[in-house]
Design a protein around this ligand. Structure first.
Ligand code: NAD
Length: 489
């Protein structure tokens, strides 16, 4: 399908601006491996200009700036952005699919979620007006005290490539709703729709400098942005390794950070389940978006009494999944995002084999596709808890399987990980589901499903999956500071 990639620059202070060093990064279609365009590669020089613009917009004219305007004023812009995204849904969905490799249908659903998230935070921005000056009850009548919720300042929003525009929106919408001004730095592997968000902001007349968008490499654009002294907070989504680097640099300035990091999430399937339903959620939980989901339930724990029948079903259904160019009718799995990811996933599979695991299904490039970064959905058995494939985040379509005999054993195996993002339990016994949900050491738990996500509910992990919560009211609080005002009467 011929798709025209807009030729964009950096979005700074309400306008398109060439990078100071005039550098660009090629955009590769992961389904064909062809270069289809390029994006600007910002460096520290551009970061300076963008931070200055965001700082000015935060307090341009005292009383008339973004930060002190009413929530209702800010909500108007968020709603206008949501409406524009909906209007441009088809075009944005296609750009997302060609840039990231996700099936077109999925990319279009993402655009609905993007618009919904902007709408949701427009509501919360309006609600913020009524929450100001909440009184604090004090033990002395000679004093009265109240609380103001104020925007944190200029925030850096650094995001990954698996849900390019959606994960950027999870940060941009609440940050702007709170009254912060922002610099978004999307992943160099998929930035096209995030740049289009700049055009959307320009079209709706968002005041200059409120949202700035810098594309570029992590080391050249992300690092100077995260460590900039005038950036008041870094909200990061990405790998645990990068998150740890950003925390180290933020520590120098005691700068607040929120961290949405990697995962290795378990799914426990008990012996009392409807096998068809459980198989459906297991496959969805691991292979949706090609397994390139932080919360993918990629460690299956299945009760030993149903393991053989359940695995037969998983293999049969896995073989029916349509792997193709994201634009082909009925495509369920597209290519991985890049050649580097493709090599990494195949290496994970090879290491699993060399450590003694068995590939039950998949494990290679699909025979019918000789171009593009495609990997078959893969199921691996004979796995031990010390194997790399069981312990490390693969971030690809690889499900590894272990059996268990008791509930306690399943919970111990599920929690035996450095990560703590998602966890799922499938059982027909509500009390058991309740017990297991409480026992999971994770920030997000699914009962009789895996992966559904709503912008009203908190999202985030524990342990090496990060801290802080996005979405819901928690997402707004991420960008607010609490000021106490106490008066002597
Ligand atoms: P990554 O850490 O390589 O990159 C994420 C972002 O950080 C990119 O924009 C990148 O350019 C930037 N970056 C890289 N080095 C940097 C540095 N030194 N300083 C500042 N910025 C830097 O991650 P990725 O490969 O883009 O994404 C995959 C990872 O993201 C997986 O581990 C996945 O689990 C995680 N993820 C987590 C969530 C969540 O909600 N917890 C959601 C999606 C993805």
């Amino acid at each position: 399908m011929a798709i025209h990639l807009p030729n964009r620059q950096l979005f700074i202070d309400g306008e398109w601006r060439e990078t100071v060093l005039k550098k660009r990064i090629p955009v590769i279609n992961p389904a064909t491996e062809q270069i289809i365009g390029d994006i600007p590669a910002a460096t520290a020089e551009d970061v300076e200009i963008a931070v200055e613009a965001a700082k000015k917009a935060f307090s341009r004219n005292k009383g008339k700036d973004w930060s002190s305007a009413s929530g209702a004023y800010r909500a108007k812009y968020l709603r206008a952005i949501a409406a524009k995204i909906t209007e441009r849904k088809s075009e944005l969905g296609k750009l997302e699919a060609i840039d990231s490799g996700k099936p077109l249908d999925e990319a279009l659903w993402d655009m609905d979620d993007v618009a919904g998230c902007f709408e949701y935070y427009a509501d919360l921005a309006e609600g913020l007006d009524t929450k100001q000056k909440a009184p604090v009850s004090l033990p002395m009548e000679t004093f009265k005290s109240f609380v103001l919720k104020e925007p944190l300042g200029v925030v850096a929003l650094i995001t990954p490539w698996n849900y390019p525009l959606l994960l950027a929106t999870w940060k941009v919408a609440p940050a702007l709703a709170a009254g912060c001004t922002a610099i978004l730095k999307p992943s160099e592997l998929a930035s096209v729709t995030c740049l289009e968000l700049g055009e959307v902001c320009r079209e709706v007349g968002l005041p200059p400098g409120v949202l700035n968008i810098l594309t570029g490499l992590g080391t050249e654009a992300g690092a100077p942005l995260a460590s900039h002294p005038h950036v008041d907070k870094v909200a990061f989504t990405g790998s645990t390794a990068t998150g740890s680097r950003i925390m180290a640099s933020a520590a120098q300035m005691v700068k607040p950070v929120s961290m949405e990091l990697g995962g290795k999430s378990p799914i426990i399937v008990f012996e009392d389940v409807d096998l068809d339903k459980a198989a459906e959620w297991t496959l969805f939980g691991c292979f949706w978006t090609n397994g390139q989901i932080c919360s993918a339930t990629s460690r299956l724990l299945v009760h030993e009494s149903i393991a053989s029948e359940f695995l037969d079903r998983l293999v049969k259904w896995t073989k029916k999944i349509k792997i193709s160019d994201p634009f082909e009718e009925g495509c369920r799995l597209g290519p991985l995002v890049s050649g580097e990811q493709y090599d990494k996933i195949l290496k994970f599979i090879a290491t699993a084999k060399s450590e003694g695991a068995t590939i039950l299904s998949g494990g290679d490039r699909p025979k019918h596709l000789n171009k593009g970064f495609f990997v078959e959905p893969t199921i691996i058995i004979d796995v031990t808890t010390s194997m790399q494939i069981w312990r490390e985040e693969v971030f690809g379509p690889v499900l590894c399987v272990k059996t268990f005999s008791t509930e306690d054993e399943a919970i111990d195996l599920a929690n035996d990980t450095h990560y703590g993002l998602g966890a799922a339990v499938i059982s027909n016994d509500p009390e058991r589901c309740d017990r297991v949900a409480k026992a999971f050491r994770a920030g997000i738990v699914w009962i009789n499903c895996s992966q559904p996500c709503f912008c009203q509910a908190p999202w985030g992990g524990i342990k090496r999956s990060g801290f802080g919560r996005e979405l819901g009211e928690w997402g707004l609080e991420n960008y607010l500071s609490v000021k106490q005002v106490t008066q002597y009467i």
